[in-house]
Design a protein. Structure first.
Length: 210
């Protein structure tokens, strides 16, 4: 299955992508993780991306599409993939179609802005491996410490309330129109966010028939 995950920042796309990746045995291609690694390493692309991310703005299309093109050419994507965080705009989606990136379903997780702002305030991210936790919904075994690698958990700058509001505004203006784009192609599947991660996974599995 070749799947795109849509939804506002904080809708739970990354968490659900990880679960679906194991279920379907296909890789998750998260532009956020790729970009954060590049920013941490201080690569030219990373430094370029950092100025946009810190301001709560979208990274330019040419940077994103270049990363995706390289990643999907790798052997582990031959049987399918899950795209998390891309496309974010209609031009990105059109560019991906033009370069032959196939999509079977575009899954949109629906959630209210107020819920996201509250949720993001509790999110913690490992500064070493980028695994995310939540102090209420998905807490680490030891406070402030990553379960996966033992790294320090931090509040990302783009999870701060004012930055979240700016990101939500950008989402509604630039990314939400993708729902109509994929609906026109008969590929959109929408699900409502549920109270727990497991419940959300259950409605997604039912919607995708997996």
């Amino acid at each position: 299955m070749r799947l795109i995950l849509l939804g506002a920042p904080g809708a739970g796309k990354g968490t659900q992508a990880e679960i679906l990746s194991k279920l379907l045995e296909i890789p998750t291609i998260s532009t956020g993780n790729i970009l954060r690694a590049a920013m941490k390493e201080g690569t030219p692309v990373g430094l370029q991306a950092k100025s946009y991310v810190d301001a709560g703005k979208l990274v330019p299309d040419d940077v994103i599409i270049g990363i995706i093109r390289e990643r999907l050419a790798q052997p582990d994507c031959a049987k399918g993939y899950i795209l998390d965080g891309v496309p974010r705009t209609i031009p990105q989606a059109q560019a991906m179609e033009e370069m032959g990136v196939e999509v079977d379903r575009a899954l949109s997780i629906e959630i209210a802005d107020e819920v996201i702002i509250e949720r993001m305030a509790g999110r913690r991210t490992c500064k070493d491996c980028s695994t995310t936790f939540h102090i209420v919904a998905n807490p680490p075994k030891k406070e402030g410490v990553c379960d996966v690698c033992g790294g320090e958990l931090t509040i990302r700058k783009d999870d701060a309330p004012e930055t979240v509001k700016a990101r939500l505004l950008t989402y509604h203006e630039e990314t939400e129109p993708l729902k109509a784009f994929y609906a026109e192609r008969g590929k959109l599947v929408s699900v409502e966010n549920q109270a727990t991660i497991d419940e959300t996974t259950a409605v997604i599995r039912k919607a995708l028939e997996i």
